[in-house]
Design a binder for this molecule. Structure first.
Ligand SMILES: Nc1ncnc2c1ncn2[C@@H]1O[C@H](COP(=O)(O)OP(=O)(O)OP(=O)(O)O)[C@@H](O)[C@H]1O
Length: 585
């Protein structure tokens, strides 16, 4: 049942759709429920047919959640057309790039279908440059994109080290031109990355010849509501500015202090400037229904976001520091003690490498190791093992499939509508691999990989593989698997580590993954080396930094207790953490 709204929440639900509005919502303020109520109210009283409103989020999971909540308010059986609920990416793909795709890309399609296929960096796609770049070889056309706003090329090869080299190289004119030509070949072949779609949209909307199209688009969507507006990139803001200039009204809902997507050019300062430049009406949600006041006060110190009212205030400490000597897994027993009696406890860290310390002795598994871990951990009776196993297996498949995917739904390919069907397929496949002895790991990587290759190649032919999935799996039929480099003669079992049991059974998540969640207790694990945004010192350094926002997002998840796990502290460091509101034990 929907909660009884506060005055602040009602102010937004009843706000005018004739003016740009920014609803600044603190963590735990019931933002999703409020956006759902607003969308439902406007749909219920909509008078702008055949135009509709668009309510956009940044993840499929957020769209699913919004759709479920909106449908509670809408009479049974009534569809939502002419309105659009979806991700920002799908909005521009369907409403801007698809209608113009033949003109924009030159792709004529096959069998009267000219839809562009979206590809991820992990896809195997043949389009690549003729020449080598930065002495690192040829570059694939789906491993870079263009930022039309600052004229730069952004490389995203899936390998951070390579990206660093490419992104810091100053390109000569002919190199830039060569990249443009290679990209155009890929587009003409009917493929694009999501960033290409954005570039095509910015390019089209800025051209004089498409201004009639822009006018129609504004009539089609006179109102656009953006959930989690802090995640808007500069290009996305440019698209919205073009629409706003022609008359679309914008409602932004979000929390600039929770902006943690700097790696894809997201800067909360730019969103703030956009809001100011366009004279947005400003509303606020300042009541945090999730966390106790002790946690709210601590979060206020991290980013300087003050004036938030939380739940009850406790006399006993609710924000706790625990210390490890060399590895956070030493703290397992202390975590268990502190979390005793609470159920929804989550270990959170900036990156996967810390979380994996709690899971397996392989720190950063490569693709074949992921397959082996998926098989090894598969245990239908244990949810944690099962989830971890499905996750590894989905990452393994993602690497080999030419598809874009939904990361929060076990990397379900975008072209498969049902996440459930995909999950069932993953589970059936693992069962099949295990029935065929792949869990036998006291053999060499070389032998194990040979068997694994034949089994993976045969997956699309199995009767448990539904029709809708078979075509997506086509590239598996010729897949090649190789042992981890230099390990062909080593035994699989011993190189993966002997302990199957993860040392801590709580769910583990990166800060990005935990965004939007509510926990009883959140254990935020800092890395042991200072100087990186995964270390607590960076989190406290500058309230305006992205590192502080990482700490803010992670620390605003718990209802009951916030625990930071840090490397053994010196006396001055203890004082620094106590000053923020922590009790050190
Ligand atoms: N008016 C209200 N009265 C009581 N509880 C409420 C009210 N509004 C929202 N809540 C509850 O507050 C909790 C937090 O809401 P929600 O998870 O939607 O927060 P959020 O604003 O999306 O937070 P974040 O930005 O941190 O992800 C939910 O359990 C929700 O039911």
């Amino acid at each position: 049942m929907a909660p009884e709204f506060t005055n602040e929440q009602l102010d937004y639900v009843n706000s005018s759709i004739e003016e740009h509005t920014f609803l600044e919502a603190c963590p735990g303020s019931g933002k999703t429920e409020v956006v759902a109520a607003k969308v439902a109210k406007e749909i219920g009283s909509w008078k702008n047919n055949p135009g509709g409103l668009a309510a956009l989020s940044f993840a499929n999971s957020a769209t699913d959640e919004l759709t479920i909540r909106v449908s509670k308010y809408i009479p049974y059986g009534r569809g939502i057309f002419p309105h659009f609920l979806g991700t920002f990416d799908s909005f521009i793909y369907k409403n801007i790039v698809s209608p113009l795709s033949i003109e924009l890309t030159g792709y004529l399609g096959e069998n009267s279908d000219a839809s562009i296929r979206i590809v991820e960096p992990s896809a195997n796609l043949g389009y690549r440059t003729k020449y080598s770049f930065a002495r690192r070889g040829q570059v694939h056309a789906h491993h870079y994109s263009f930022n039309l706003i600052n004229g730069s090329v952004v490389f995203d090869t899936g390998e951070p080290e390579l990206d660093r080299v490419f992104n810091s190289t100053v390109l000569k004119d002919w190199e830039y031109q060569h990249l443009v030509e290679t990209k155009n070949k890929m587009l003409k072949g009917g493929f694009a990355t999501y960033r290409d779609i954005e570039t095509l949209a910015v390019d089209a909307l800025s051209q004089d010849k498409y201004q009639h199209f822009v006018n129609l688009l504004v009539k089609r969507y006179p109102l656009i509501i953006i959930d989690e507006c802090q995640d808007l990139s500069e290009e996305q803001l440019t698209i919205l500015q073009i629409l706003a200039d022609k008359g679309t009204k914008l409602h932004f809902v979000g929390d600039l202090h929770q902006a943690i997507y700097g790696f894809r050019d997201v800067e909360p300062a730019k969103v703030k400037k956009f809001v100011n430049d366009n004279y947005f009406n400003k509303l606020q949600l300042t009541r945090n229904f999730r966390s106790c006041q002790n946690i709210v006060n601590l979060c206020a110190k991290l980013t300087g976001r003050v004036g938030i009212v939380g739940d009850v205030s406790w006399l006993k400490p609710r924000c706790i520091i625990v210390q490890y000597n060399s590895c956070p897994t030493e703290l397992t027993d202390i975590f268990k003690e502190l979390c005793n009696g609470f159920h929804n406890n989550v270990v959170v860290s900036r990156g996967h490498s810390i979380l994996r310390k709690f899971q397996t002795s392989v720190d950063q598994p490569n693709n074949i190791q992921k397959l082996a871990l998926a098989v090894k951990l598969y245990d239908p009776k244990d949810m944690e093992f099962l989830n971890q196993s499905l996750q590894y297996f989905s990452e393994f498949l993602r690497y080999h499939l030419k598809e874009s995917y939904k990361p929060s739904s076990f990397n379900c390919p975008q072209s498969i509508d049902s996440n459930l069907l995909w999950r069932k397929f993953l589970s059936d496949s693992l069962n099949y691999l295990i029935r065929n002895n792949l869990q036998k790991m006291d053999i060499t990587w070389s032998n194990w990989t040979t068997t694994a290759k034949l089994l993976i190649r045969s997956l699309p032919k199995q009767c448990f593989c539904p029709e809708g999935i078979v075509s997506v799996l086509a590239s598996l039929e010729a897949v090649n698997l190789a042992s981890p480099s230099g390990s062909a003669k080593f035994e699989v079992a011993s190189s993966l580590g002997t302990a199957k049991t993860p040392s801590l059974s709580y769910r583990k998540s990166t800060i990005h993954g935990a965004k939007g969640e509510t926990h009883d207790i959140t254990i935020v694990v800092s890395s042991d080396r200072a100087g990186k945004d995964s270390h607590w010192k960076s989190w406290l350094n500058d309230p305006d930094s992205e590192a502080a926002r990482f700490a803010y997002v992670a620390s605003s998840r718990p209802k009951e207790f916030l625990i930071w796990a840090v490397k053994k502290l010196k006396p001055l460091e203890k004082k620094q953490l106590e000053a923020v509101g922590f009790k050190i034990i």
